[in-house]
Design a protein around this ligand. Structure first.
Ligand SMILES: Nc1nc2c(c(=O)[nH]1)N[C@@H](CN(C=O)c1ccc(C(=O)N[C@@H](CCC(=O)O)C(=O)O)cc1)CN2
Length: 293
């Protein structure tokens, strides 16, 4: 299901460039875009050391009849940046929504928030399916016109059967996956096979309270702030590259249930920002960090 979004921009492309900083990159990219009939509408860059450190650049440009020109632009990029500067680059068409699958468990606030924002056109994505290890959200998901698949978690440490079914549903059909309070730890084998980015919302201000039940741990610790963190998923639980975080103040009088209630609002805001920025190609992974333009 696709909802029209103001974020989808016809005949607009997003160019991401990264590699080692060197003089002339901006001149080469801007000359290439002009040569290819494009007009730059947004530009940002970051270098951690102008003397050859890591370099990152995001350029959005408009070009009439973009899809017809795409192969020629890509060929020019390959010769100008690949051969000329030995830079890595990706070019995406911003008029095409990314396909986002959502994995969920019992907690539905992040799931329903994403579906609601998508229906309003606030997220430039399509949602081909929701997969959950519980059936509680099935009716709600289908009410948004989104297919729902129940894949029960196999009890015990061996999750290969349920993961195989999830892979069967997802591989080749999605551009990224969001874990909306999905409470199963994904195996390294799953992460190797899925082949697309996986974004998680962890209900704590990482690196505090990694793992299960962070609100209970926060209450036991007597914190004055709780938070949420959206990060890319790796085999190191809740330690993947952070995309977005936020916090909210709490007091000694708040029970762990109240922490969870107050934290849910932060989770929803943090995850939706992370999903929007990923969908707009604003997030570049750099080791275990991210550059967010
Ligand atoms: N490979 C990864 N998988 C997942 C990650 C991750 O970072 N890497 N994040 C988690 C989400 N999560 C916290 O945000 C989390 C979920 C579940 C658990 C956990 O201990 N789960 C138990 C089962 C719990 C249950 O069935 O209710 C388990 O899997 O044994 C910890 C943290 C999602 N997956």
């Amino acid at each position: 299901m696709v909802s029209a979004s103001p974020h989808l921009q016809p005949d607009h492309a997003c160019l991401i460039v990264h590699g080692s900083d060197t003089p002339g990159i901006i001149a080469a990219v801007s000359a290439l875009i002009a040569r290819q009939g494009g007009n730059i509408v947004a530009f940002d860059q970051y270098s951690d050391d102008p003397r050859g450190g890591a370099y990152f650049q995001r350029v959005v440009f408009h070009r009439p009849d973009l899809s017809a020109a795409f192969p020629e632009i890509e060929a020019d990029l390959a010769s100008t940046l690949g051969d000329g500067f030995e830079l890595e680059w990706t070019l995406t068409d911003l008029s095409t929504p990314k396909r986002m699958a959502i994995l969920a468990s019992k907690q539905d606030h992040c799931l329903l928030d994403l579906l609601w924002r998508h229906r309003r056109g606030d997220l430039p994505v399509s949602i081909p399916m929701v997969v959950s290890n519980h059936t509680t959200a099935a009716e709600d998901v289908r009410s948004f016109g989104v297919p729902f698949f129940h894949v029960p978690s196999t009890p015990g440490p061996d999750k290969s059967a349920s993961e195989a079914r999830i892979l069967e549903l997802l591989v080749g059909n999605v551009d990224f996956i969001v874990l909306a309070r999905y409470m199963q730890i994904l195996s390294p084998e799953f992460l190797d096979k899925i082949g697309v980015p996986v974004i998680n919302i962890h209900h704590s201000f990482l690196p505090a309270f990694i793992g299960a039940e962070p609100y209970k741990k926060a209450k036991q610790r007597g914190v004055k702030l709780i938070g949420a963190t959206s990060h890319y998923v790796t085999s190191d639980l809740d330690e993947g590259p952070i995309i977005e975080q936020d916090t909210v103040r709490v007091t000694h009088a708040d029970s762990s249930a109240e922490l969870a209630r107050r934290g849910a609002d932060v989770e929803r805001q943090v995850l939706s920002r992370a999903v929007l920025w990923h969908a707009e190609d604003r997030v570049i992974r750099h080791g275990n960090h991210t550059i967010v333009f």
